[in-house]
Write a protein that binds this ligand. Structure first.
Ligand SMILES: NC(=O)c1ccc[n+]([C@@H]2O[C@H](COP(=O)([O-])OP(=O)(O)OC[C@H]3O[C@@H](n4cnc5c(N)ncnc54)[C@H](O)[C@@H]3O)[C@@H](O)[C@H]2O)c1
Length: 254
């Protein structure tokens, strides 16, 4: 008999940034674990592609365009999901951006973009989903932080600040939502092979920098994030909240 602890059967999930990389892997992994998945992304074509993969595999999903920096869009999408499925059980905030630049020259508009998507967008989604989950007296929120929420590396000043913020925002929501049986946690990946990393960290010098500091000696594959996400989304983690789980090949321990 399979344990129900790690099952997502019958659960509904909203995945922001579900059109690419880690968000796509988590969307597909959740659907394979039995969840119905709303795939949201600012790039609708990519969101549709993820939803199509899920449906082809026999799962249930729909795709929607969402800009997480627009609070009204977040609220509209959650209402749409509720009309369709009746409850929102799991939110994964995987929408994110990275723009490289040295701290002393970092452009104000790039700072605003990164903080806007990674931190404020995550806040809008946690708040809107958190209200619904508190009313339901049940829910799971998972934020994509980063090892950069704990340690620093060159060329990413706004990203580091945004992810440090995500680690603390996770704790803040966790303590306020715990009485409502809503658990709020985060995942801190090291370098994973996704379009974001290909576009911002695939130069030889960057790769060398990260691989020298990663005991596992390699990048993660997107599907290697799924286990941690299922753990934080399923009943098995009902007493885990406010935690950021490193999925980093040992980076933060070295
Ligand atoms: N890949 C890594 O090595 C790594 C490491 C640490 C943390 N992370 C975090 O994991 C998350 C996913 O990253 P990824 O590597 O899969 O990147 P990715 O670029 O492959 O996917 C990010 C997705 O977010 C979407 N997005 C961007 N702005 C948006 C907005 N305003 N509204 C809605 N969607 C938006 C993009 O269209 C894209 O589909 C990010 O938060 C990232 O910071 C990634």
């Amino acid at each position: 008999m399979e344990s129900a602890l790690f099952q997502l059967a019958g659960r509904t999930a909203l995945i922001t940034g579900g059109g690419s990389g880690l968000g796509r892997a988590i969307s597909i992994g959740f659907a394979q674990a039995g969840a119905r998945v709303a795939v949201a992304d600012i790039c609708i074509q990519n969101a549709v592609e993820t939803a199509t993969i899920i449906k082809t595999q026999g799962g249930e999903a729909f795709a929607e365009r969402l800009d997480v920096t627009r609070r009204s869009e977040v609220e509209t999408l959650i209402n749409k999901l509720l009309q369709r499925w009746g409850s929102l059980d799991i939110l994964v905030n995987s929408a994110g951006r990275a723009i490289r630049g040295t701290a002393l020259d970092y452009k104000e508009e790039d700072w605003a973009t990164i903080i806007g998507v990674n931190l404020t967008g995550t806040f809008f989604c946690c708040q809107a989903a958190g209200r619904q989950m508190a009313a339901q007296r049940r829910g799971k929120i998972i934020n994509l932080a980063s090892i950069g929420g704990f340690i620093a590396y060159p060329g990413s000043i706004a990203y580091l600040a945004s992810k440090g913020g995500v680690v603390q925002l996770t704790k803040g929501f966790a303590v306020e939502l715990a009485p409502y049986n809503v658990q709020v946690n985060a995942i801190a990946p090291s370098l994973f092979d996704t379009p974001m990393v290909v576009s911002t960290r695939s130069d030889a010098e960057s790769l060398q920098y990260f691989m020298d500091r990663t005991p596992a000696g390699r990048k993660g594959r997107p599907e290697e994030i799924i286990g941690a996400a299922i753990f934080l989304a399923a009943d098995c983690s009902s007493m885990v909240t406010g935690h950021t789980l490193a999925v980093d090949g040992g980076y933060l321990s070295a």
